[in-house]
Unconditional design. Structure first.
Length: 266
């Protein structure tokens, strides 16, 4: 079922399927809700799966006025869950920048999260942004990078991040890369300096001490060092030795099985 919600005056597209305990999935950059489709297919017989598009991504409206600080991410996810009528604590699954949003939300609203699963996302003051992130965080240089990003350059960059992604998957990602999304990517990276994690990382550790949390991590991620997976105070970390940054798309069967085992472990 497709839904169009309004959150902070932004039209948000979301897809929902299945019945049971709700799972909210948050995608990253430069993805849309579609990255979760294979995962949802394996879970919708037992869970209610909800996959929204972030503002300016996919079928959602412009996030030009969005507060992209960690506080802003936390509050936006909170208002999104209210719009989705998620009144009871729910499961939260997130990848990449969606993981930043999820961890900020869990840090500020821990009572709303039943269990949390994070895949390949940074949330540490000891992490230094990867090369392309530094480019995007730089005024003019980031704009130039987005302006010159053609299909060949995009395919090469994504392929380096996850060698097992299919050409079709990368093609689909590029086809969604609109000018509005490019602007939003720059805004998101520029709104979160590494220094801000000095305040938020202890809040995350406090949250994960009470929220059962699983980390699913592609070991061959060239953007994020492996030690990050161990730095969130979580109870369990599963590694995919042959996967890169996009583990949900590279290992959908294993990812789904790990999710199912963890979310049913009540």
């Amino acid at each position: 079922m497709e839904m169009n919600l309004t959150v902070q005056k932004v039209k948000i597209f979301s897809r929902g399927s299945g019945e049971g305990a709700p799972i909210l999935f948050l995608h990253g950059v430069p993805d849309t809700h579609e990255i979760w489709n294979p995962i949802v297919a394996g879970l919708e017989s037992e869970f209610r799966c909800i996959t929204p598009d972030w503002p300016s991504f996919g079928n959602s409206g412009s996030g030009e006025a969005l507060d992209c600080s960690l506080e802003g991410h936390a509050d936006f996810v909170n208002e999104l869950t209210n719009a989705l009528d998620l009144q009871e604590p729910f499961y939260l699954v997130a990848h990449d920048f969606g993981g930043i949003s999820a961890m900020a939300f869990a840090s500020k609203y821990p009572e709303r999260v039943r269990r949390m699963v994070i895949s390949n996302a940074p949330f540490s003051p000891d992490y230094n942004w990867h090369f392309m992130a530094k480019v995007w965080r730089t005024t003019l240089l980031g704009e130039l990078s987005m302006l010159t990003m053609n299909r060949m350059a995009f395919t090469l960059s994504i392929g380096q991040g996850s060698e097992k992604l299919s050409k079709q998957h990368i093609h689909n990602m590029f086809s969604q890369l609109s000018p509005e999304m490019k602007k939003m990517i720059l805004k998101m990276y520029r709104a979160i300096p590494v220094e801000c994690f000095k305040e938020w990382h202890p809040r995350l550790l406090k949250a994960t001490s009470r929220i059962p949390t699983l980390i699913l991590w592609g070991e061959k991620d060239p953007y994020l060092p492996k030690w990050l997976a161990e730095s969130y105070g979580t109870q369990e970390v599963n590694y995919y030795s042959d996967s890169g940054h996009w583990a949900p798309a590279e290992e959908p069967a294993a990812f789904t099985a790990d999710l199912k085992n963890f979310l049913k472990d009540n």
